[in-house]
Design a protein around this ligand. Structure first.
Ligand code: FE
Ligand code: FE
Ligand code: MG
Length: 162
């Protein structure tokens, strides 16, 4: 970032970087929860569920990429040690120890609902000081809203027996 951009974003820059890093931790954990969940899933509509989980995993990885690039642009450092993902996460990690698709769907819906809250707050906190970050957050938020919707639709289909 050049001097003018830094001056504009400069207010609360440290705080923004810290919040972006917490979201970054969430994205890696969400990525892994989806990715490994798709591998171990068993039960009804497994094929449809795993392809959705795999797609979401890739999208969470894309979010992690967007966040880390922005953190670096802002002059920050992305979390370098995976141990700190667990320390910094907002939404945590739910291990798929019960690999039934219904349980996986419920766990991932919870994660998406948390992500929606996190990005809503993050959008609020940057909107008056950092438009570029704000736009990126909105882009991610749009995906998380879609993720929740997709998972709830599959769960509904399973529960109504269709
Ligand atoms: Fe995400
Ligand atoms: Fe998501
Ligand atoms: Mg989807």
């Amino acid at each position: 970032m050049g001097t003018k951009a830094r001056e504009i974003a400069g207010k609360d820059l440290k705080k923004t970087i810290a919040l972006l890093n917490k979201a970054y931790a969430d994205e890696w954990l969400a990525y892994y929860q989806y990715w490994v969940g798709a591998k171990v899933a068993i039960g009804i509509m497994r094929g449809a569920v795993t392809s959705e989980l795999e797609q979401h995993a890739q999208e969470e990885l894309k979010h992690a990429t967007m966040l880390t690039e922005r953190i670096i642009q802002l002059g920050g450092e992305p979390i370098l040690n995976p141990q700190n993902w667990v320390k910094e996460t907002n939404c945590g990690y739910k291990a798929p120890t019960d690999p039934k698709v219904v349980t996986l769907l419920k766990q991932n819906i919870e994660g998406e609902q948390c992500a929606i809250e996190v990005y809503n707050k993050l959008a609020d906190s940057v909107k008056d000081k950092d438009i570029v970050t704000y736009n990126m957050i909105l882009e991610i938020l749009k995906d998380e809203v879609e993720h929740e919707e997709d998972l709830e639709a599959i769960l509904r289909d399973i529960q109504t027996g269709k």
